[in-house]
Design a protein around this ligand. Structure first.
Ligand SMILES: *Cc1c(COP(=O)(O)O)cnc(C)c1O
Length: 359
């Protein structure tokens, strides 16, 4: 007996394929491949090593950058939220890390730092999302200060971030692009604006650097109805059936007896739960793929298990593989059932899930 426990099967060929789709969609741009949150749950170092053509990697925390360096990754790495403490500046220099600057304290810390090598900096301007970035009015002052500082490498990169790029008819994106163009028109530096949705829907946001995350992992940032073609899911999340039992009509299954069968049926138990990152709020009816067909989740999601209704004609056996999402069952669809977004489902994969390469 050797049953599979919760496993994220990672298809690196699909990753490389998606990377090529991105390059074809945003031709003549450089690619900053976004690897934050453990490569969206796919394994930070694994994904980095599988992308030899990426021009740079983007992470959110300095620890993620240091893990990449420890794994021997030599490419440019950019801290997408900037650094969090003055002491970090020495680490950035030592490990040749690039940083976004999005506020005055960061700029002040850099220009006052005693460093023997200038830092590579991406200056982030808020063009309307109102999360990170300097105000447009601050741009001339920041630009002059940067220009005069020997602690900052020239040229810098100018960037901003789109807040509504996944909404095709939302006028916010055109406004953000227009403002970004207006502010940076006289500057010859490289520019960057597009995340995955920008790459797909807003060619005017491509500039010199695109910053794909989700799309690279073969998942669409757009509403399911868009059905974009040509990308393939990199992660297929699987586990196995560890128990099958027959129940009669009127019998309840799982915690609180929250689901009661209306008929005689076979109930399968799959070894995956919210302790692995399967969403606890997935409702009855959330699809799960077993032996080529979709069966409905029933009852409460437990920490280590979920139950499914296999139907009374089921021939499934203990040990059969269940696919929670990935090939054959898009994570976008599971996210809709669980009233969340695929980003959250992917990042929530926990440490006990085995990461395994597809054969
Ligand atoms: C996370 C992130 C991205 C990637 O976003 P996706 O929607 O996953 O493509 C791009 N840019 C920045 C600044 C980010 O933080």
């Amino acid at each position: 007996m050797a049953l599979r426990t919760a496993t994220a099967v990672i298809d690196l060929e699909a990753l490389k394929h998606n990377y090529r789709v991105i390059q074809a969609t945003a031709p003549n741009t450089k690619v900053l491949a976004v690897l934050k949150a453990n490569g969206y749950g796919h394994g930070l170092e694994l994904i980095a090593q599988a992308l030899p053509n990426a021009d740079a990697f983007g992470v959110a925390r300095i620890d993620e950058a240091l893990s990449l360096r420890a794994a021997g990754i030599k490419k440019p790495i950019v801290l997408l939220e900037g650094f969090f403490a003055e002491e970090d500046i020495d680490i950035l220099v030592e490990h040749n890390l690039e940083t976004i600057v999005h506020n005055e304290p960061q700029l002040t810390a850099i220009i006052n730092a005693k460093i023997d090598k200038p830092l590579k900096v991406w200056l982030k301007i808020d063009t309307g999302m109102h999360r990170l970035g300097i105000n447009p009015e601050q741009f001339p002052h920041f630009y002059q200060t940067i220009k005069q500082s020997d602690n900052i490498q020239k040229p810098i990169v100018l960037m901003s971030h789109l807040g509504c790029a996944d909404e095709k008819t939302n006028p916010a994106t055109e406004k953000q692009i227009a403002l970004f163009n207006e502010l940076t028109a006289d500057f010859s530096q490289e520019k960057s604006l597009a995340n995955s949705a920008g790459i797909l829907l807003w060619p005017d946001s491509h500039y010199q650097w695109v910053r794909p995350g989700l799309l690279m992992y073969g998942v669409s940032p757009l509403p399911v109805s868009f059905g974009i073609n040509g990308i393939e899911p990199v992660m297929t999340l699987q586990s196995s059936l560890i128990s099958i039992r027959e129940i009669e009509a009127g019998e309840a299954v799982g915690y609180s007896g929250a689901w009661v069968s209306e008929k005689k049926t076979s109930i399968g138990v799959i070894a995956i739960g919210y302790g692995d990152g399967y969403p606890r709020h997935a409702p009855n009816g959330t699809p799960i793929l077993i032996n080529g067909r979709r069966v409905p989740l029933i009852g409460r999601v437990s920490m280590d298990m979920i139950s499914v209704d296999l139907g009374d004609l089921s021939t499934d056996k203990v040990g059969d593989i269940a696919t929670l999402w990935g090939k054959g069952l898009p994570v976008e669809e599971v996210a809709e059932y669980a009233t969340t977004i695929p980003y959250e489902l992917l990042c929530n994969i926990t440490r006990r899930v085995q990461i395994q390469l597809a054969e």
